[in-house]
Design a protein. Sequence first.
Length: 260
Amino acid sequence: MARKPKPVTWYIATPADGVIEKSRAAGTSVNLAASVGEVVDHPRPCTNLWFDESEFSYFRMVKRVGEALEDTGIWPVTWPVRLWIVQPLGETGNWSQRHYPYRLLSHQIRVLEETDAHRALGPAGRAVLNVVQQEIPERAARWAADWDADPEGMRDRKWNWEQCASRTRGSGRWADSLAMAVSRNHRESAAQTWIEHLARNTVDQALADTDASMMARCYAYGRATGCAVAAQHQARFEPYVLDALRGVGLDSPAAPAVAA
């Protein structure tokens, strides 16, 4: 017996008020929060199918939830957002099935329901938010203070972390590249980009009333994004990769010099 194809779920992400950001910018606001269970027609449908005549020519949706935050028009990156499950109606299309197989365009949708927004950050979205909202605020000041207390020493240690692998841990840059590749393979590129922005935003908030130097802030950015991305891929990587992302060892005191 032939298997029935699995139903496809389509997602649209909006800011917290439920308005599609690009519809707001176009002056034709579409509020999904006010339209649950209803059919919504595009307020200004374009005539040149599957080519953008404006920033808001179509309803844009994705079937890979980790890409729901791509191309939303939401800027600056913020949290919370809202995530909606929608049903495309009428004629549908795409810019390119080869390059965007997970995306769909339509001029009409039915808003089925709201779902948990953390899913847009990947399967470990809750863990990611815990790191961003609970752990990074407490650790950012320590990271910045470590740097400013010993800029030259921390510069050397940071270089070693980024460039050099060890028996127990990969190099930071290698781990970053691996995480990006895995995000692409799992269709979570938008999720990782958003996660990194949220982590840096949290560092800015934590250091807003401090006298941390710019280099100390940059160091804190790198540590914060690494920890958040490690949470995203916690179930996919071994400690060899996760420890490299988190910068394990950088928070411990530097080893004392050996006397000649």
